[in-house]
Design a protein around this ligand. Structure first.
Ligand code: C6P
Length: 409
């Protein structure tokens, strides 16, 4: 039987926040790389948890505590299956991508860094996947090695290969750039790093909503993402780590839940994954992430991704017809977003005009200041898409950009 085509219009009905007006105009929400709106199933899951199931987990024999613990651990299994991790205990719940990277940089740093050691990143990293590594290098009088970008805004793989020869102790790079939309060849880069004996962290913050990630296929050692960028609540993130690393790494925060035996003389630590989850987690948000994965499971995900590609191609094609527009980044493999400027005007000016027309885009450096420095610009206007955006919305974006261009140029 032929699968019916993915219908963004009907999916929109599940997202209450999309059906509002701003300044009397229908909201066109194109800031999905910052955070996605939430489907009813996720909102309802949070409500149900707080109305009926609210309880701390792993701590009580009573009914509610067991219910909440079961639901929490089921979600861990769900996240593991979604990423094709080998085991559920390879999934650590964190606050978000930022906390996941900090955890890995702290604990892998303790394991691998020696005075003078270096870490390899790329020039397109979000601050969250750069500053933690930079600070780690500083602490060890080491060096942050930064892979150059090509003119099109892609990672220069020859330079990446050259820098690997300098034997960094880790490589960390983004799967998709939040500033340029570039999809990096994460599998190939991981293979290159592994050939040089170097473990890899992939920042999947912008990827998980737009592609089916398989950590075993990528073979990366760590993969991190934030729930709120995949239709889940804020306050929950994921760290996938290969068991052999997680076992060797020291905990990074200490407190309840992550311990086994505690006395004033000595403390022993809990097993995986709990040794990395100190204190009470954001149970509601984790259950919300489970609901978001359920929501995605209800879609034909291949169709969703194909639809998102068509939508993005349409947006890039139509925007390129607007006189005075300058794209920032021309990657061959692009996903989720497009960054641009209107002539030499400041991105905030265009962003403010678009806002008044009901179009929500992000303007600024997108927490990727080094990328902006490379291009010698203060920031960009960024339109980023989700499965509920429509071709009509792209038309509205383009009309609004055209009007803004007429006013600014
Ligand atoms: N980028 C954006 O508008 P947190 O804040 O921890 O959920 O995610 C951090 C992060 C890490 N890596 C990448 C590639 C990201 O895009 C982000 C978040 C948002 O582009 C907020 S700056």
């Amino acid at each position: 039987m032929k699968t019916p085509a993915f219908d963004a219009h009907s999916v929109r009905d599940d997202f209450p926040a999309l059906h509002q007006k701003v300044y009397g105009k229908p909201l066109v929400y194109l800031d999905n790389a910052a955070t996605t709106q939430k489907p009813r199933i996720v909102i309802d899951r949070l409500t149900r948890y707080y109305e009926q199931e609210n309880c701390n987990i792993h701590r009580g024999v009573h009914y509610l505590s067991q219910q909440a613990t079961d639901a929490f651990e089921q979600t861990r299994g769900h996240v593991a299956r979604n990423l094709n991790a080998q085991a559920a205990h390879e999934i650590i719940f964190t606050k978000g991508t930022t906390e996941s990277v900090n955890l890995v940089s702290h604990s892998m740093g303790k394991l691998l860094m020696k005075p003078g050691s270096s870490i390899l990143v790329t020039a397109m990293e979000h601050h969250s996947n750069m500053v933690p590594w930079q600070q780690l290098c500083r602490n060890y009088n080491g060096r942050l090695l930064v892979t150059r970008l090509t003119d099109t805004g892609e990672v220069d793989l020859n330079h990446f290969s050259e820098l690997l020869q300098q034997r960094p102790v880790m490589a960390a790079f983004t799967h998709i750039s939040n500033a340029l939309g570039t999809v990096n060849p994460a599998k190939e880069m991981t293979r290159m790093a592994h050939e040089a004996g170097i473990p890899v962290l992939v920042d999947g913050a912008q990827a998980v909503a737009h592609m089916q990630v398989d950590v075993q296929e990528l073979d990366c050692d760590f993969y991190v993402y934030s729930g709120h960028k995949v239709y889940a609540p804020m306050g929950v993130g994921v760290l996938y780590g290969k068991q052999r690393w997680l076992e060797q790494m020291e905990p990074w925060q200490f407190g309840g839940e992550m311990v086994d035996q505690v006395s004033f003389a000595e403390t022993t630590f809990n097993e995986l994954p709990f040794k990395f989850e100190a204190g009470t987690p954001n149970v509601g948000a984790v259950l919300g992430l489970g609901a978001a994965l359920e929501f995605l499971n209800l879609q034909d995900i291949a169709q969703v991704h194909a639809y998102e590609h068509r939508l993005l191609d349409y947006a890039v094609g139509k925007l390129s017809e607007i006189p005075g527009i300058r794209f920032v980044g021309h990657p061959t493999q692009r996903s989720g977003l497009v960054s641009f400027l209107l002539g030499d005007s400041h991105p905030y000016d265009a962003g403010t005009l678009l806002d008044k027309m009901g179009i929500a885009v992000r303007t600024g450096h997108h927490c990727a200041q080094p990328v902006m420095d490379i291009y010698g610009i203060p920031g960009t206007v960024r339109a980023s898409f989700a499965l509920y955006n429509t071709f009509e919305e792209v038309d509205m974006l383009c009309d609004a950009v055209q009007k803004a261009a007429k006013m600014l140029l």
